[in-house]
Write a protein that binds this ligand. Structure first.
Ligand code: ADP
Ligand code: SF4
Length: 728
């Protein structure tokens, strides 16, 4: 290890526990909760194995009054949860890491859709994060009762083997609702001046400390500034004053900024936030606290980590996303293998799964995230190859490059070819969009690894700038197996999910109509007045609008779907909308195009007419009598309507299946966007999976994975019975 990084490996005392180094996986959601103990234990312990000194659960509900269904939290409500979470603590302890639990009570931000309980809060209000979720204003009995929930949960947490117990007040959950005048309108001893607003949190910390403080370190997670000016908590006012009050009760401070209603200011997407973007607020805390302070900020660069600690801004490097993208980040720093780090690109696709509710996390960079238990995938270890087959991979985008990488890691001889002169495929274009430069790390990681792997196995090859491979080329190549990863393209004819049909008059062959690829290629002149016709629910239309508006074009987006809907899930939405407003991009919502001509396009309101649906006879559908059509003028029409797989090569090979055997080919497989357009994360996953399962009789189709769920007749809760019993 480079000596300059040694400070990152110094132990630090937190209450009764010693953290072995300065790498700390803060609480973050993964979709495991307490109901998928195998997933929970494997995902967290892989980080402990990778060198993280501390790892945590996600937010962990202390009582059914804090039920976040359909998003997945952990829960520590009963003995069953204790037993399931103990699987995690035991696995993590095997690697000498500390394990923490983030005790959570959400107030009205937890909608209690499963438990049907009524959450309590300092005053009565509707959540500014949830829909239709009000809390009951707590009276003094309520306050005692809820504080006891924390104490009971802390005792269960200790029994489950946790070393660190949080009273979680960041992201505007209950303790912060008491502290912040934005929510707290009380006039009794729990409202008004700071000392009163802090009382609930301080008393809760004291009670939890009295209950488990000898055995466990007491942590608190605190949003030191809620970014709402004087309406909320401001770091130099209530922020540091609260830290002074609570410092004697806390063994570890975990500090961040922002509230749950816009928590992209905390888990900042790289589109808007650089590494360490919270430090201007976080740095105040060490000035008043005598306890260790940690914080997050997408810290992936060891130089920056060292600087942050040496300059006295933080004691411990907190990380969620960097630990997901690379569970072995600390080990790689320790071993001086910096070029092996799989750097988080800050896309927030991991978070999108939690926001959607239900599904396990995925990661754009790390295809094994969330697959540790159910598919048995280790991020750094691979099963040795099962044959001496040689493999040709056509297309070096996310799918093809990941497939080739994992095949080579497994010892296979692989030839990776691409007509482009760079690895990365679609990522090379996307990373040129405003703010998305860091997405290029996806390509960089694979480029570096493939270059190293080819050096190790001289029979493997990467051929960039190759010719466009035809079916003949593939058949004659001499490989035993072939992987087709030729990607997808944006539609040229306006076809989208809205009408499933081309739009009359639309063609990207015309000089005044362009697809995103044509913009990236710079192959057409873009006129002054631009209309972007959008049916894509993610970032392409807003990103191109930003790019073109910044270049001086007058931009309108005509959209038939909610613009940037998926960006709500990646937390990019609020700032994306602010950018578009600042650039005067006009958004024409709820419209689609009936036809287009040079210089003008006819749009209609998708909710036009015909709310009374009735049978009028064939061809007389009331909704087709839409009379909302209007013409809009443009100089260039940008077509962000839909994508289609580049599947011609595969289809031709499929037609010539009889020739496979004659040419010694055992199988040809299709992955990534060429199979169906998808997220970069899912294309990467496709490539990774195929490489792990290539010896299967039918590797095109995934192996079943291990499912964790209740099985009828098996007592999954201590003392449970599966009889159906009615209370009569
Ligand atoms: P994915 O996300 O599925 O990896 P991409 O579109 O990012 O898909 O990457 C596909 C890659 O395949 C591109 O780099 C493209 O240049 C390359 N490609 C497509 N068709 C061919 C072909 N017939 N011969 C060689 N390279 C190809
Ligand atoms: Fe980072 Fe994106 Fe992976 Fe999340 S999904 S850890 S933001 S690379």
């Amino acid at each position: 290890m480079d000596e300059k990084y040694s400070i990152l490996f110094e132990p630090i005392q937190i209450g009764p526990k010693t953290l072995k180094n300065r790498f700390y996986q803060v609480p973050h959601c993964i979709g495991a909760g307490s109901d998928k103990p195998g997933f929970q234990a494997a995902h967290r312990s892989i980080k402990a194995e990778g060198g993280w000194g501390g790892v945590n659960t996600e937010y962990c509900s202390i009582h059914p009054e804090s039920d976040d269904t359909n998003r997945v939290s952990a829960r520590i409500w009963d003995e069953g949860d204790v037993r399931n979470l103990r699987a995690m603590t035991e696995e993590v302890h095997k690697y000498g890491a500390l394990v923490g639990i983030e005790m959570w009570y959400g107030g009205p931000h937890a909608p209690c859709l499963e438990s049907r309980a009524t959450p309590r809060g300092p005053s009565q209000y509707a959540s500014d994060f949830e829909t239709q979720s009000y809390c009951k204003e707590m009276d003094l009995d309520d306050i005692k009762m809820v504080q006891q929930f924390y104490v009971d949960a802390a005792l269960r947490a200790r029994d489950a083997g946790f070393d660190i117990v949080y009273v979680y007040g960041a992201h505007a959950y209950l303790p912060l609702q008491f502290l912040s005048p934005f929510y707290n309108k009380r006039t009794d001893a729990y409202g008004g001046p700071l000392e009163n607003r802090a009382r609930f949190w301080l008393e809760t910390l004291e009670k939890v400390r009295n209950a488990v403080g000898k055995d466990c370190a007491i942590a608190t997670r605190f949003a030191v500034d809620s970014l709402a000016g004087q309406d909320g908590v401001q770091v130099e006012e209530d922020g540091i004053r609260f830290v002074e009050l609570a410092d004697p009760l806390v063994d570890l401070w975990d500090v961040n900024i922002g509230v749950i209603a816009e928590w992209g200011e905390d888990a900042g997407p790289s589109r808007f936030h650089r590494m360490g973007h919270q430090l201007p607020w976080q740095r105040f805390i060490k000035q008043v606290s005598k306890k260790p302070v940690l914080g997050v900020g997408r810290f992936t660069d060891p130089e920056k980590m060292v600087e942050v600690i040496r300059s006295g801004q933080l004691d411990i490097i907190g990380a969620a996303r960097p630990s997901i993208a690379d569970p072995f980040l600390p080990t790689k720093i320790k071993e001086g293998r910096l070029d092996d780090i799989r750097t988080c690109i800050g896309c927030n696709v991991c978070i999108s799964r939690w926001e959607i509710g239900g599904p396990p996390l995925i990661c754009t960079q790390n295809a094994t995230a969330g697959e540790e238990y159910r598919r048995g995938w280790h991020p750094e270890k691979f099963e040795r190859k099962g044959s001496d087959d040689t493999i040709l991979v056509v297309g070096a985008g996310p799918a093809g490059s990941e497939c080739a990488r994992v095949l080579m890691e497994r010892g296979y001889t692989v030839h990776l070819v691409d007509k482009a002169d760079k690895i990365g495929g679609y990522v090379n274009d996307v990373a040129t969009l405003p703010g998305l430069g860091e997405w290029g790390y996806h390509r960089d990681y694979r480029e570096t690894q493939l270059t190293k792997l080819v050096k190790k196995n001289r029979d493997s090859q990467i051929a960039l700038g190759s010719k466009e491979f035809t079916a003949d080329d593939v058949l004659k190549y001499g490989a035993d197996k072939v992987v087709i990863a030729t990607g997808a393209h944006w539609n040229h004819d306006g076809k989208s999910a809205i009408t499933m049909a081309p739009i009359p008059g639309v063609s990207a062959d015309l000089p005044y109509m362009v697809t995103p690829e044509q913009i990236f290629a710079g192959s057409k002149k873009i006129g002054k007045r631009v209309i972007i016709l959008n049916a894509d629910p993610y970032y392409m239309a807003p990103s191109l609008a930003q790019k073109l508006a910044e270049a001086g074009h007058e931009v309108k987006i005509a959209t038939g779907v909610e613009l940037g809907r998926y960006m709500h899930f990646t937390l990019e939405y609020p700032n994306m909308r602010r950018v578009l407003n600042e650039l005067n991009v006009e958004i024409i919502s709820d419209v689609w195009a009936s036809r287009a001509e040079e210089g003008r396009i006819e749009l209609y309101n998708v909710w036009g007419e015909g709310h009374r649906i009735q049978y009028n006879g064939a061809g007389k559908h009331p909704r087709t009598e839409n009379r909302t059509h209007k013409w809009y003028e443009y100089d260039t029409l940008v077509l962000v309507t839909g994508r289609t797989s580049n599947v011609a090569l595969f289809q031709e090979l499929k037609l010539r299946q009889a020739d496979w055997k004659l040419n010694g080919i055992k199988g040809i497989y299709l992955i990534g966007d060429a199979l169906a357009p998808k997220l970069i994360a899912d294309a990467t996953f496709d490539g990774h999976r195929l490489a792990r399962e290539i010896e299967d009789p039918d590797p095109q189709h995934p192996r079943p994975y291990r499912r964790e769920g209740a099985v009828w007749g098996v007592a999954h809760m201590p003392g449970a019975s599966h009889e159906i019993r009615y209370r009569v």
